[in-house]
Design a protein around this ligand. Structure first.
Ligand SMILES: Cc1cc2nc3c(=O)[nH]c(=O)nc-3n(C[C@H](O)[C@H](O)[C@H](O)COP(=O)(O)OP(=O)(O)OC[C@H]3O[C@@H](n4cnc5c(N)ncnc54)[C@H](O)[C@@H]3O)c2cc1C
Length: 477
């Protein structure tokens, strides 16, 4: 049975060799610090068992015909791309933010596309390696990281120009059995709670940089791998439990201290001409994912804004209605870009459908530059209370609770507990470490806004627009 339960996933994590470091010490993967981040991944298994979500979360493996989790699938149609987007929006609502598991889905699709292109051009066997790995990944319902962003060192220097060549992950040895890699990938989401790290290049490379042109999959606890992690979880609650507070996330410096990778798990080694294609193909898939998850964040901000205005008794105020409409426009335009990217997807030589790069970039860009603006709308309409609300302990203290209940009142129809819950949620959502994390992720995850602009320009047919202007101006060359 290819579909696993969340407990089976967690049991795998518990059995891994410890190579995770957090808050100054080595931890095991069942450390309580990781509980909330792991809950996010658990949900992707639990909902696959829930009849209400099966259609969204389960699809068929193109390799075996067996039901598999959609997060482990490749996109073989426009409909698959639509479903991916809808699944991300739906699941992000459930956890109040990033669902995380889409990263590997996008990487698998990118590796699937580009390994076929390399094989077609060079007669290599990478696509076979990939399909064999995918068969194993799907059969065990695995979770993977996307390990793309290198340490990168001096941003103005190329990989071969860095003082320390390890600042981009590279191949330091090859033999009959496999390769040895050294370097680090930074910012890696889910690092401490994945089964596999899926490694791809971060940029286009030149002929001098073939040692840096490398892609592979490696079990997360392989010898030589170290994960130095930062964990960000929603604030704990004492009595007033709320779904948002059950979740978290962790990123890692993922260090490869001379790690051996057997050939059958290598998907690119030295084919520098294809590094850019692998990097951008992943970016295209992942920015398409953002066209599903970022509207979910807008939905959460919009819902909280509308509710707090209603609880304050000012829900119908024209300026608030205006701000809510702006949120609707941002969220739906980003989503529409994703739909357009899927509708105009291209069937690649592997059979995988690649979303139209232009539209996944426009959607991701629009989402990125509006992140702080969206929070600004919620914060301005919520007033100052999310940042000044006394802690839950004071709510629970019989001496102070009556005062809090009396002086939190707004719309007389709304109970103090509802007000308290909503303001505490907005506080946790907009005035916390989790909020800072979400804002940074909203800007940089999948590539900073400047990267989307570069992506848009690089494929845009500007000449045709000049021709239109020439025609209207009566200019003949
Ligand atoms: C919360 C979060 C989660 C993430 N998760 C993952 C993950 O799971 N896997 C993964 O691979 N990556 C992940 N990332 C990394 C993300 O893709 C990068 O943060 C993003 O691509 C920007 O790279 P950087 O952080 O190294 O910034 P930098 O490269 O330092 O760029 C910062 C800014 O510097 C400027 N700049 C950089 N280089 C140049 C140049 N050569 N010329 C001119 N200007 C330049 C640009 O203005 C750019 O916006 C994550 C990031 C965040 C914030």
């Amino acid at each position: 049975m290819a579909l696993k339960t969340s407990n089976e996933y967690f049991a795998r994590l518990k059995n891994m060799k410890p190579n995770v470091y957090a808050s100054g010490k080595q931890i095991r993967r069942d450390d309580p610090m990781l509980e909330k981040p792991i809950n996010v991944l658990r949900l992707t298994f639990d909902l696959a068992q829930d009849p209400a979500y099966k259609d969204l979360l389960i699809t068929k493996s193109h390799l075996t015909g067996e039901p598999i989790n959609r997060f482990a699938s490749l996109n073989f149609s426009i409909e698959d791309l639509y479903k991916q987007q809808e699944m991300k929006r739906t699941l992000c609502h459930k956890v109040g933010g990033c669902i995380q598991r889409c990263m590997a889905t996008d990487t698998l699709n990118a590796i699937g596309v580009v390994t076929k292109e390399i094989d077609d051009a060079k007669g290599t066997k990478y696509h076979d390696h990939f399909l064999e790995f995918l068969r194993y990944y799907q059969a065990n319902d695995l979770v993977g990281s996307t390990s793309q962003t290198d340490a990168k060192g001096d941003r103005k220097a190329r990989p071969h120009q860095q003082k320390d060549p390890d600042l981009y992950l590279r191949v330091v040895k090859k033999d009959k059995k496999g390769i040895v890699v050294r370097g680090a990938k930074n910012h890696i989401t889910m690092g401490p709670y994945v089964d596999e790290h899926l490694v791809i290049p971060t940029r286009a490379l030149t002929e001098k940089e073939s040692d840096w042109a490398v892609s592979f999959a490696i079990p997360a606890d392989t010898e030589g791998i170290k994960l130095i992690s930062r964990i960000t979880s929603a604030r704990p609650r004492i009595n007033l439990q709320a779904p948002y507070n059950d979740y978290g996330v962790a990123e890692s410096f993922l260090v490869f201290d001379d790690v051996f990778v057997p050939w059958e798990r290598v998907f690119m080694c030295g084919e520098w001409e294809f590094a850019g294609s692998m990097a951008l193909t992943f970016a295209g898939f992942h920015r398409h994912s953002y066209c599903g998850c970022k509207p979910a964040l807008t939905d959460i901000i919009m819902g909280a804004t509308a509710l707090v205005a209603e609880y304050n008794g000012v829900g119908n105020a024209p300026h608030i209605q205006d701000e809510l409409t702006e949120l609707m426009i941002i969220g739906e335009l980003v989503y529409a870009s994703g739909i357009a990217a899927a509708a105009r997807a291209e069937k690649t030589s592997s059979g995988i459908f690649r979303p139209k790069f232009l539209y996944s970039n426009t959607g991701r860009y629009l989402a990125g530059i509006n992140v702080y603006h969206e929070y600004e709308i919620l914060v301005s309409i919520a007033g100052g209370l999310p940042s000044t609300l006394p802690p839950e302990e004071d709510w629970l203290n019989p001496e102070t609770r009556p005062y809090l209940e009396k002086y939190i009142r707004r719309n007389p129809e709304v109970s103090p507990e509802k007000l308290h819950r909503l303001y505490r949620f907005i506080s946790d959502f907009t005035c916390s470490a989790s909020c800072g994390w979400a804002q940074h992720a909203g800007i940089h995850g999948g590539g900073s806004p400047v990267m989307e602009k570069i992506g848009i320009r690089s494929t845009y047919d500007l000449e045709s627009k000049k021709e239109v202007a020439k025609y209207l101006a009566g200019i003949k060359d």
